[in-house]
Design a protein around this ligand. Structure first.
Ligand code: GLN
Length: 456
């Protein structure tokens, strides 16, 4: 395992020219060649593009001012469009599809001098919790190789954890950046819905999806989030809000809460113990008020999430009919994707009676209101990322068990609030991340707490 350099230190070395971009990219390409055949984090390495850009950036530095991400290499999940790169969603359906435009987030990264180094592996069309539903083989967890790395952004988290790129983009619809960040021992943030433009993201469920950053530390994650955030006319659901500087960490909040519902739902009590101890210690050292908060509708999160995802996914996949691009999805996808398409069609047909989707939306509203109320009383809520440890590779759980695995991450997507994960400890060598929820568009509060918590 390589030791990861702190993002700030790496950035300073690059910006001051102590480490040339070309040297940095070359070193990482060597590491990718050595490690990727085993880890399978990258589906495509952008060797030529990254080297060209590194050379151009080294030239730029000599002439003057450089961008916020100067020289940092970025891995991009295979569901985010980058011109000329294979954006397959880890599916045979889009195996031969190459990005024809740049997603908004890619334009922003390039404008701040980041270097796209490759396209990362994932669960097929972002449906999954382990990376194992990829049509191009599972990703290996570099930190705990017998266990899955988590998903669906398996490749992004594994690439960061193995030092194959400096930061990475994933997407988070129900936990897909937080779950692999926790299992690989890195940091991940799901932004508030509407914080980051979804233009160029191939959607799983458009009312829940957000493009989400991960990095070895909170500094890197907050920096990438700052760069990709901000209003875009291309995404009609964006919140027209100016972006606070996440890297200038704000004032320490006053209250942090735990909730008994998460303790009850946590199947592996050792996980809850690690999280609780971390939070108690944090509250004591930082002199925060520790509260207990009652949340009841979150227990229905999984049951309401899936009807919404099935329905929106079914509708979103109608374009893969084999006529314009890609293959006909029903004939080329794997089991989990097909399950959602068939289920989504059935729910859509039954919907005139309001049997599933409309009911799910009612629960979603109740969860939103529950959090609106909670965040009037507390600044952050702490909980585990997943109720169990990641399963052993190839010991694939049943669909029901996989769905239940996201019980602690899904509530944030349903409510639209922001959430982040930082490492809290290990159980038998497997990393465990503590998850923090903060209110809608309270990313400044979130990253401030994450930064202090990761440091102690
Ligand atoms: N595991 C969840 C699902 O399969 C979440 C996936 C995600 O966040 N993309 O839908």
């Amino acid at each position: 395992m390589v030791t990861l350099m702190a993002t700030k230190e790496l950035l300073t070395q690059l910006q001051e020219g102590k480490l040339l971009c070309i040297e940095h990219v070359n070193q990482q390409l060597v590491l990718i060649k050595k490690e990727n055949p085993r880890i399978n984090a990258f589906l495509y390495t952008a060797e030529k593009e990254a080297l060209e850009r590194a050379r151009a950036l080294d030239g730029k530095r000599k002439k003057g001012k450089v961008g916020k991400l100067f020289g940092l290499t970025v891995g991009v999940k295979a569901n985010i469009n980058v011109i000329g790169m294979p954006i397959s969603c880890a599916s045979k359906t889009l195996e031969n599809y190459y990005g024809t435009y740049n997603a908004d987030v890619i334009e922003k990264i390039l404008a701040e001098d980041g270097i796209i180094i490759g396209i990362t592996n994932m669960d097929e069309f972002a449906c999954g919790i382990s990376g194992e539903t990829s049509a191009f083989g599972p990703t290996i967890n570099p930190t705990s190789p017998k266990h899955v790395p988590g998903g669906s952004s398996s490749g992004s988290a594994a690439a960061v954890a193995a030092g194959l790129c400096d930061v990475a983009l994933g997407s988070d619809t129900g936990g897909s950046i937080r779950n692999p960040a926790s299992h690989c021992g890195i940091v991940g943030i799901k932004p508030s819905y509407g914080r980051v433009s979804r233009y160029g993201l191939i959607d799983l469920s458009m009312s829940l999806d957000q493009i989400a950053p991960c990095a070895p530390d909170t500094d890197g994650c907050a920096l990438l989030l700052e760069v990709i955030s901000g209003y875009s006319d291309n995404d009609p659901m964006m919140y027209p809000l100016s972006v606070p500087l996440f890297t200038h960490f704000g004032k320490q909040p006053k209250t942090i809460a735990l909730s008994p519902v998460f303790e009850e739902l946590c199947k592996d009590k050792k996980i809850y113990k690690i999280v609780k101890e971390k939070v108690l210690d944090f509250a004591k050292k930082q002199k925060l008020i520790l509260k207990e908060i009652d949340l009841k509708y979150v227990a229905l999160a999984v049951e309401s999430y899936y009807p919404i995802v099935y329905t929106e996914f079914f509708s979103g996949t109608r374009k893969y009919d084999g006529r314009r691009y890609g293959k006909r999805i029903e004939e080329s996808c794997k089991e989990e994707v097909l399950r959602r398409i068939i289920g989504g069609r059935m729910i859509s047909c039954a919907e005139y009676e309001g049997r599933y989707y409309r009911k799910a939306l009612r629960v979603r509203r109740a969860i939103q209101e529950e959090f609106e109320k909670a965040f009037k009383e507390v600044d952050v809520i702490a909980l585990p990322t997943t109720p169990e440890l990641p399963h052993l590779l190839r010991k694939i759980p049943s669909p029901e068990a996989s769905y239940a695995y996201d019980a602690f991450t899904i509530p944030a997507n349903l409510a639209g609030i922001c959430a982040g994960v930082v490492p809290a400890g290990k159980i038998d060598g497997v990393p465990v991340g503590v998850q923090l929820y903060a209110g809608n568009f309270k990313e400044d509060v979130l990253v401030t707490v994450m930064k202090v918590m990761e440091g102690q």
